[in-house]
Design a protein around this ligand. Structure first.
Ligand code: APR
Length: 237
C-alpha cells in the first residue's frame, strides 16, 4: 500500500445492505419485487408515471429511515484523513455516504433526494411525495421526476470518473454485483491502466476474476479493516 496516492472507490447496493436498504439482485432484492421495465425506464415513466413515482416515493421513505453503517463511516474517515486524491463513485442513490460525513462522493446514478424538472431541467432538493405532482421550485410546472438514472439513460459525470481512474493508483470495488455497465467495466479500465484493483464484496461478483485481490464478507467488517490497513500504510511513508 506504500506507493498509493490516488484512490477511486466504487460502491454499490451492498455497502448499504447492512443499513437495511434492499439491494437489487440479492435474495428478495428490489428487482425481485418489481420488474425493472415497470419502474426504472423512461418508457415506464411515460406509460405509467404514477406507478414509477409511487415506487420512488416508497424508496425515498425507506432510505430516510435508515442510518449509515460501519462501512459508510470507515469510508468517511478515509475521505477525511487521506492526503491524496480520493473519489467515492457510488451507484447508490441513497445519501448514507454523505450522512456518514464523506465529502468526495459522486453519484453516477443520481440521488434520491433530488427531483428533476422535465420542463426546465433544474434539479432541486426534494421532500414530500412526487406522486402528488408538486410544482417545480424553479419554474412552477408540475413536471418533476426522480433525479435517478434509469436503464437506457446515461450515467452522470462519466468524464470525471474516467479522469479519476486515469490518475488512480488503486481501484476498490465495494458491494456491487458487477452486473450493470459502465460501472462493471471500471475494473478492466483500471487493469489496462496498470491500477491496483481490490474487490470487497459479500461473495464473488460477476467481475471478480478481473481483480488482483478479492476479499469476501460483510462490508461492515471488510471496509473498516481495509481502511485501517490503508491509513496505517501512510505512516510507513
Ligand atoms: N456486504 C458486502 N456486499 C454485500 C452485502 C454486504 N452486507 N450484501 C450484499 N452484498 C453484495 C451482493 O453480493 C452483490 O454482489 O452487494 C452486491 C449488490 O448487487 P446488486 O444488488 O446488483 O446492486 P448493484 O451492484 O449496486 O447494482 C448496480 O443496478 O439496478 C441497477 O441502478 C441500479 O445502481 C444499481 C445497479
Amino acid at each position: 500500500m506504500k506507493d498509493i496516492r490516488n484512490i477511486v472507490i466504487l460502491t454499490g447496493a451492498g455497502v448499504s445492505a447492512e443499513s437495511g436498504i434492499d439491494t437489487f439482485r440479492s435474495e428478495g432484492g428490489l428487482w425481485e419485487q418489481h420488474r425493472v421495465e415497470d419502474v426504472a425506464t423512461p418508457e415506464a415513466f411515460m406509460r405509467d408515471p404514477d406507478l414509477v413515482l409511487r415506487f420512488y416515493d416508497m424508496r425515498r421513505e425507506a432510505i430516510q429511515t435508515k442510518q449509515p453503517n460501519a462501512a459508510h463511516h470507515a469510508l468517511a474517515r478515509l475521505d477525511a484523513e487521506w492526503p491524496g486524491d480520493l473519489l467515492i463513485v457510488t451507484q447508490n442513490v441513497d445519501d448514507l455516504h454523505e450522512r456518514a460525513g464523506a465529502r468526495r462522493v459522486l453519484h453516477m446514478h443520481g440521488e434520491h433526494l433530488l427531483a428533476w424538472c422535465t420542463a426546465c431541467d433544474v434539479r432541486s432538493l426534494w421532500v414530500g411525495a412526487l406522486l402528488q405532482r408538486p410544482a417545480c421550485p424553479a419554474c412552477g410546472e408540475k413536471a418533476l421526476r426522480p433525479d435517478v438514472v434509469w436503464f437506457g439513460e446515461m450515467p452522470y459525470r462519466m468524464e470525471e470518473i474516467y479522469e479519476a481512474l486515469r490518475k488512480a493508483d488503486l481501484f476498490v470495488s465495494i458491494g456491487t454485483s458487477g452486473a450493470v455497465y459502465p460501472a462493471a467495466g471500471f475494473v478492466r479500465q483500471a487493469r489496462q491502466l496498470g491500477v491496483a484493483t481490490l474487490e470487497l464484496n459479500l461473495g464473488p461478483s460477476q467481475g471478480t476474476l478481473w481483480f488482483e485481490e478479492a476479499r469476501h464478507g460483510p462490508a461492515t467488517e471488510l471496509v473498516p479493516a481495509w481502511v485501517d490497513q490503508v491509513l496505517a500504510a501512510i505512516g510507513e511513508g
